[in-house]
Write a protein that binds this ligand. Structure first.
Ligand code: SAM
Length: 250
C-alpha cells in the first residue's frame, strides 16, 4: 500500500516511523510519503489560507494550493511513483465526516493507495473535495464527535488502525479476530498475565484451569457483560442470530 499525507506540519507525522507502522515500512508492506502543503504555495510567504467568503471567524485553506498538491501527488501511473495499477483514494479527516469505524478501517486496508489531506483552521475550501471526486474516490471521515486543531492526529489514528489490518503487519493474525469491534461485534473480555495474584487481586480461576471450552465460555460471557454495560448500542446492532440461548442468559 502507498500512503501519502499532505499537511502543513510534516513533523506531526513523525510517529509513522515508529512501532508497527514503522516496521511495516521497513518490511516494504507500506510506502509512506509525507508532503508539506506549503511546497505548493506560490507567494513569498507560502500562504495556504485566506479569509472565509460570507464572513466569520477563522481562515479557510486555499483551493488552488490544495489542487496543485493533489495534482502533483496523483500524477498518472507511470509518470510518478504510484504502482501502475494503483488508484488513489483520498481520505479527508473532518469532524463533519462519516464515522471512522473498524469496518471502514478494514475496507481501507484493501486499498492500494491512500492520500490523507490534513486540514487546519476552519478546514479546506469545499471545492477541493468536489473537484477530487471527479477524478478519484473520496471519503470524508471523522474519528469522533469532538473537534481537533488539525487533521494530522486524525490521520495518524486512521493510518494505524488501517495498517495493522494489512496481511503480514501483525505477526499473529488470530489476535485481530479476538478483539473489540471484531467479527463478533462485542468488546473484548478482560485480559490477565502473570503473576496470578497481585495487590490482593487474583486472576479468575477458570483462566488457570487449562480447560479450553470453559475458558472460551467465560470470555464470551465477560465480553457480553462488558458490552451490555458500556456499549449497549453495539449489542442492539447485532443480528438476530448473533446471540444463542446461552448468550441471552448472561
Ligand atoms: N470548522 C470545522 C468544523 O466545524 O467542522 C472544524 C475544523 S478543525 C478546527 C480543523 C481540522 O481538524 C479539520 O479540517 C480536520 O482536518 C481536523 N479535525 C478536527 N476534528 C476532527 C475529527 N473529529 N475527525 C477528523 N478530523 C478532525
Amino acid at each position: 500500500m502507498r500512503v501519502d499525507v499532505v499537511t502543513i506540519f510534516p513533523d506531526y507525522l513523525a510517529p509513522l516511523q515508529l512501532s508497527l507502522v514503522g516496521k511495516a515500512r521497513e518490511a516494504g508492506l507500506i510506502d509512506v510519503a509525507v508532503h508539506d502543503l506549503r511546497e505548493w504555495a506560490t507567494d513569498r510567504h507560502r500562504t495556504v489560507d485566506d479569509t472565509p467568503y460570507g464572513g466569520g471567524a477563522g481562515m479557510v485553506m486555499k483551493p488552488d494550493v490544495w489542487g496543485a498538491a493533489l495534482d502533483t501527488i496523483t500524477v498518472k501511473p507511470g509518470e510518478g511513483k504510484g504502482a501502475a495499477d494503483a488508484r488513489p483514494h483520498l481520505v479527508v479527516p473532518t469532524p463533519a465526516g462519516e464515522p471512522f469505524t473498524q469496518a471502514r478501517a478494514a475496507e481501507l486496508s484493501a486499498d492500494s493507495w491512500l492520500i490523507f489531506a490534513c486540514g487546519r483552521y476552519e478546514g479546506i475550501d469545499a471545492r477541493v473535495v468536489a473537484d477530487a471526486r471527479t477524478r478519484m474516490r473520496v471519503s470524508e471521515l471523522s474519528i469522533g464527535d469532538y473537534v481537533l486543531n488539525g487533521g494530522e492526529v486524525a490521520a495518524l489514528v486512521m493510518i494505524e488502525a488501517i495498517v495493522r489490518l494489512i496481511p503480514g503487519v501483525i505477526g499473529n493474525p488470530e489476535s485481530l479476530a479476538e478483539e473489540s469491534h471484531g467479527p463478533d461485534g462485542l468488546l473484548e473480555y478482560p485480559v490477565y498475565t502473570k503473576p496470578p495474584s497481585w495487590r490482593g487481586q487474583d486472576v479468575p480461576e477458570i483462566l488457570l484451569s487449562g480447560h479450553h471450552a470453559k475458558v472460551a465460555r467465560w470470555r464470551r460471557d465477560e465480553a457480553l457483560r462488558l458490552t451490555a454495560r458500556r456499549r449497549p448500542d453495539l449489542l442492539a446492532r447485532l443480528g438476530d442470530d448473533a446471540l444463542d440461548a446461552r448468550d441471552r442468559e448472561v
